[in-house]
Design a protein around this ligand. Sequence first.
Ligand SMILES: *Cc1c(COP(=O)(O)O)cnc(C)c1O
Length: 383
Amino acid sequence: MSSPPQIIIPDQIKPQDGRFGSGPSRVRPESVEALQAVSKTYLGTSHRRPGVREVVQSLREGLHQLFRLPDDWEILLGNGGATQFWDAACFGLIQEQSCHFCFGEFSEKFSRAVAEVPHLNQPALEVSPPGIHPEIVFHPGVDVYALTHNETSTGVAMQLRRPPGTTAREALVLVDATSAAGGMLFDPATLDVYYFSPQKCFGSDGGLWLGAFSPAAIERVEQLHSSGRWVPPTLDLHIALTNSRLQQTYNTPALATIYLTLSTVEWMLENGGLSWAAGRSQASAAVVYDWAEKSDYAMPFVAEPYRSPVVATIDFTEEVAADDVAAVLRANGIVDVESYRKLGRNQLRISLFPIIDAQEEAALCDCIDYVVSQMQPSSTSQP
Ligand SMILES: *Cc1c(COP(=O)(O)O)cnc(C)c1O
């Protein structure tokens, strides 16, 4: 890549906050201030004592309410993030064989982790090219289906449903909701585990996984626990279940991550819950996709009905180098809109997470237009 042109974006058109990454993503300043306010009473205190355990309890109850879960569902949490949850699922949720719907880096990564596990059969795979997703179909003999609500690498969202002809008793539906949870609506009846890391829509920090578990999923965890299968304690979902019920994690968690996540959950609940939060993402999506559709050099990569309301991928015509645009934006303090590397497209990837106001997205679009107009001498007026 050649060095990006020196372009100064005027302050008046810039967004107030330059963070548009799809994870880690923008953290609300109000959450950081709230954390600062409890820095001497909460941070640096024991996670086995009431002060922290009450925050964990509020987080578990808050997510239960936000997701409108039935009473017999439970929120579990543990250290390590969604990637580590995949390894935990290989021990505590998949009995013999899983089926994965792969349509980008994250959905594929889970299937690759499963393929290496000696006590499991090779996973069944349904694969589609980037930009769409495979159809959710039935596979005989499978005891776990792995879906992804939003494929963060490509900006493709999936309408969740159980594969036709299955029930939770035979096959659990696990949904990687890492970049969707908090920004998209879902119906708990369509799935058994909705898991995520909190550094995306929940504008927190990484290192933690959280998951909403149905009674069937909890039953599976208990059943595999009593089957005698060996499991490393840090990946043991039965240990995670026991500890979560005590408002704890098995080993020491990042207390700041827990606090920041709760702060966002409470902000969403105070303002009307998940439909309000998802509405914010939809408003941002309308701004960014409308801008791209009207632009003569940009266009949405993903077509309906696959287009994501939480992560926009925007292709550029070949005359405009997206990497150069991203580099100029970065030099001006607007960061993390680079495309997902492995996708290898001339595009930008823009977070539409609920924390970001639609006006901020509009300002970002203005800045992109400004940068492109300055990069193309033909389209700037000559003095
Ligand atoms: C970010 C992401 C992950 C990985 O999350 P970590 O916290 O880094 O483990 C997994 N799946 C999806 C869909 C993601 O967006």
